[in-house]
Design a protein around this ligand. Structure first.
Ligand code: GLN
Length: 480
């Protein structure tokens, strides 16, 4: 077995026992990336030299951190000191951050190695990585198809064995949807569970950093390292961080799972719907009580998100004006400089969202759009709270359909509809995990999503782990 084939928990134990050196693992991943990434294009920037130097240092240490041997890919909207961070945008094309995001410091403190920065939809706006200003990433299961987005590069890197795990960010589904499209596990933690310091802001009240990995165990381990209070992020929670990996082995109490009514599956692809029903049956066979539930406000989550997220984005992206950092267009005077910098620096989806957001926040329209969306958000949050009085988790499909073809979704609305099942969790601030749940007849991965109460990550992992052990993934993948 090649070193790249071991999952995170397994490779770490080989390093701990002294059976492999970290340098060997890094070398194997570099070889893999050099062989595969021409085709997949998961990465925007490689950090091979730094990774090798770090590996040598770690190999010479007597006391190694918990993640010694972990070769991790990082979404390129998370800042890395001395490593270019572009957000897949021309406006930050040559930006080299002078500091690390808190999650990077935490990973490195445990001796994880950053192997490179992964592709995304520009500023994390999209569901396919086609909005990257540089190039789209391809789905390792079928390179004619998208890997999802916006953390498409991270999901593809993990699926193609170009990293053992990755970090992504999830504002409306950007960890969970690509995880489902690429057949990996992805968690959107509770809002405040993981520090956002150093995550380039898209919509600050919704953004969370989350891990993508090959198994629930691996995801749990990465989460326990990156989570926790950070005085540099005032929205981070002071609640203690459990040892999620150790707690996976403890048994779940008697639980109830909420399921969507059949009518909520209208418009969902047949294969997604039948896979969802199969997972519900499996839960019942495992002795878990299922309750059908209606969520009257679910259909408002998407329009609500597409007012709130662009509104926050329009404010967050005002800082890219060519004055302090990033790209600056040639010009004779200041207002022309702003205009040209932003015109040339931002891609069309980003511009669309800035326009939508400034419109929704503008005087005369604010009440009709932003204030209304904020109210709808409260209704959605209350509906979840009421649901969690009756059940402990909610199961949904992660996406309405499996990975689609590059170029297939031309109009923005059809792209936005990809987020139908995922945005509600961000609006309510609750955690959600997507796990692989089967394959289509054509061999494309499918995923289901489990949602839980705020800060219930430990229980969420345990239920996901139980499902993972019992889902029979007929692997008809030929070779990646
Ligand atoms: N697809 C959603 C959007 O385009 C979600 C993106 C995200 O979670 N970053 O906004």
């Amino acid at each position: 077995m090649k070193l790249i084939e071991f999952g995170l928990v397994e490779i770490l134990s080989l390093v701990r026992k002294g059976e492999v050196r970290v340098v060997e693992i890094v070398e194997d991943y570099i070889a893999r990336i050099e062989q595969e990434d021409q085709k997949i294009k998961a990465y925007l920037t490689y950090a091979f030299d730094k990774a090798l130097a770090r590996a040598r240092e770690i190999d010479s240490k007597k006391e190694k951190g918990k993640l010694a041997g972990a070769i991790i890919a990082i979404k390129d909207n998370i800042v890395t000191k001395g490593i270019r961070t572009t957000c897949a945008s021309r406006i930050l094309e040559n930006f080299i951050p002078p500091y690390n995001a808190t999650v990077i410091d935490r990973l490195e403190a445990e001796d994880a190695i950053i192997i490179g920065k992964t592709n995304l939809d520009e500023f994390a706006m999209g569901s396919s990585t086609e909005n990257s200003a540089f190039f789209p990433t391809r789905n390792p299961w079928d390179t004619e198809r998208v890997p999802g987005g916006s953390s498409g590069g991270s999901a593809a890197a993990v699926a193609a064995l170009e990293a053992v795990a990755a970090l992504g960010s999830d504002t409306g589904g950007s960890v969970r949807q690509p995880a489902a499209f690429c057949g990996v596990v992805g968690l959107k933690p509770t809002y405040g569970r993981v520090s956002r310091y150093g995550l380039i802001a898209y919509a600050s009240s919704l953004d969370q950093i989350g891990p993508l990995a090959r198994s629930v165990e691996d995801c749990a381990l990465v989460t326990s390292v990156i989570a926790g209070f950070d005085r540099k992020d005032s929205t981070s929670s002071p609640l203690p961080v459990p040892d999620y990996l150790a707690e996976l082995k403890t048994s779940l109490p008697k639980i109830r799972v909420g399921a969507l009514e059949e009518s909520s599956l209208n418009g969902v692809s047949q294969e997604v719907a039948s896979n969802y029903r199969a997972i519900l049956r499996l839960l019942e066979e495992l002795g878990i009580e299922i309750q059908r539930m209606t969520f009257p406000s679910w259909e408002y989550a998407l329009p609500c998100y597409y007012v709130i997220a662009p509104s926050e984005a329009s404010s967050n992206l005002a800082r890219y004006d060519g004055v302090r950092y990033g790209f600056r267009a040639e010009s004779r005077e200041l207002s022309e400089m702003y205009l040209k910098t932003r015109t040339q620096g931002f891609g069309s989806e980003v511009k669309r969202r800035i326009l939508l957001g400034t419109f929704a926040l503008s005087s005369g329209y604010y009440e009709a759009y932003y204030a209304r969306a904020a109210k709808a958000r409260q209704v959605i949050t209350r509906e979840f709270a009421a649901a969690f009085d009756r059940v402990d988790f909610i199961l949904t499909p992660t996406t309405p359909e499996p990975a689609f073809k590059l170029g297939e979704k031309q109009d923005p609305i059809s792209m936005y509809l990809q987020d139908y099942f995922t945005v509600a969790a961000n609006l309510a601030g609750i955690p959600g995990i997507s796990i692989p749940s089967g394959f289509t007849a054509d061999g494309l991965p499918l995923g289901v999503q489990l949602l839980g109460r705020a800060f219930s990550e430990s229980e969420l992992f345990r239920l996901a782990f139980l499902l993972e052990k019992n889902i029979n993934l007929k692997n008809n993948k030929s070779e990646i």
